[in-house]
Design a binder for this molecule. Structure first.
Ligand code: GDP
Length: 437
């Protein structure tokens, strides 16, 4: 990398201008990017939030439009991760988005990648959680849910924020303590969980001038096209040193340390993640920019709670009002079930200044948007005395719209049952989970 950088620096200015037109397009941009070299695709992603085909992109051989490129680069089939079964001394970093759980967890991971290698579960984006969360409680809860979803082989669980560099050093310390690994480190996860951002965070934290090597992170799913490897030796001792007598020292050409990499793998598509229905502007709209502030409503039977135009929960049957606490970056509204039915039937209600968004934009866009249908019918929430006595908590169940947020149903009186219908686009992307005890 250094040699390439040096060679490029020695080129005449005119040649550099031809090779990197974007860096030279304006003085202000040039200042921003003088340390970095982007291909046109990554430049557009980074500075214009646009995904485009370019001749420098590895999958640009077809002359597809930007949207079909997006489809091409997404990895629908997670079986490519099977190669990890043959590995024995690698470290696997499985990353999930804590505000999209279990939606962002790759299902049946133990079967897929085997149990030969230590697997560290990283719950990313904790900067978006409401303040004062209980770290230990979340870890226990994650462990239980992972086990239900086919991931039992967990070496350790870490909560972190790649964007804010929170707890990154703790994570790397733990990795460096793992003994008997002398192969690569693989970062795996669904799309949009923050894999690229995590690698960038490692670079920012440990590598002098690390920004030079940054991978392009974006809210547009499918940004990482191929396996992207960074030599471990650029991180110095960060991930452990002299493992099995192998040194990371650059000067020794035969040493295995030089051939070991930290790999960012292409994101696995979970079709249930609701952002697959959304365009770039809409994804931005549902992505929280700061920690989520929960809102609690008194929810009466016969009412419906709407998450923009993306989902709703109807309190269909029950004797008494309950409490519903909403955790989402998106505005939520309460109305009667009849009115909610009307809203979703009439396209005109989606129009520009209406609160049912996303989707946003023209009627044409709205017509293409999948119908909001019942995903779960007659969800029963029974309040049970034992649960209430043990925990002194009334919250008992979360309903999650993948990537959009969740609501906690609580306050169902002991011995009573509340019945709900849950709606989502095409009936996809809804999960029900227990709240931590
Ligand atoms: P990838 O598809 O898994 O490589 O995901 P990216 O690294 O491209 O990140 C997807 C989106 O999540 C981007 O908009 C990132 O800025 C955002 N993101 C990643 N990590 C964090 C984090 O720790 N906190 C927050 N708030 N956003 C994050």
């Amino acid at each position: 990398k250094q040699e390439i950088d040096d060679a490029i620096n020695k080129l005449p200015e005119d040649i550099k201008r031809l090779m990197y037109p974007f860096e030279y397009s304006s003085t202000s941009t040039r200042k921003k990017t003088e340390e970095r070299i982007f291909c046109q695709r990554c430049y557009n992603l980074k500075y214009h939030n646009k995904l485009t085909t370019t001749s420098s992109s590895p999958s640009s051989s077809s002359s597809s439009s930007s949207s079909s490129l997006w489809q091409e680069t997404l990895t629908m089939d997670k079986s490519f991760l099977n190669f990890l079964q043959k590995k024995k001394n690698s470290i696997i970093l499985t990353i999930i988005d804590i505000i999209d759980f279990p939606g962002s967890l790759i299902k049946n991971l133990d079967n897929l990648i085997g149990k030969n290698n230590p697997n560290i579960l990283i719950a990313n984006k904790i900067d978006l959680l409401p303040k004062n969360f209980d770290e230990n409680m979340i870890k226990i809860w994650l462990k239980n849910h992972c086990s239900e979803n086919g991931l039992r082989n967990i070496h350790d669980i870490f909560l972190c924020s790649a964007k804010k560099n929170w707890l990154i050093k703790d994570l790397c310390n733990e990795i460096s303590k793992i003994k008997n690994y002398n192969d690569n480190i693989y970062l795996i996860g669904n799309t949009n969980v923050g894999k690229s951002e995590l690698i960038n965070s490692f670079l920012r934290t440990y590598v002098h001038n690390g920004r030079k090597y940054e991978v392009t992170s974006s809210h547009i799913p499918g940004t990482t096209i191929n396996m992207l490897g960074l030599p471990l030796n650029i991180f110095g001792d960060t991930f452990g040193k002299n493992i099995k007598g192998i040194s990371f020292n650059n000067n020794n050409n035969n040493n295995q340390g030089d051939r070991r990499f930290l790999f960012d793998t292409p994101g696995i598509v979970n079709e249930n993640q609701l952002f697959h229905f959304l365009d770039q502007e809409e994804i931005k709209m549902i992505t929280p920019q700061r920690n989520i502030r929960p809102f609690t409503y008194i929810f009466k039977p016969g009412k419906s709670l709407l998450f923009g135009g993306l989902g709703r929960i109807d309190y269909k049957m029950g004797k008494n009002p309950i409490r519903i606490t909403v955790f989402s970056g998106l505005d939520s509204h309460i109305t009667s079930i009849e009115k909610a039915d009307e809203f979703y039937k009439q396209l005109s209600f989606y129009e520009e200044d209406h609160f049912l968004k996303p989707p946003i934009g023209s009627i044409e866009r709205l017509k293409k948007f999948p119908e909001i249908i019942k995903s779960i019918k007659n969800l029963k929430v029974v309040s049970n005395e034992k649960l209430y006595m043990n925990t002194k908590k009334i919250s008992i169940l979360d309903v999650v719209w993948s990537g959009v947020g969740w609501c906690s149903i609580g306050g169902v009186k002991i011995g009573e049952t509340a019945i709900f219908d849950i709606w989502s686009p095409d009936g996809k992307g809804v999960y029900v989970r227990n709240v931590p005890l």
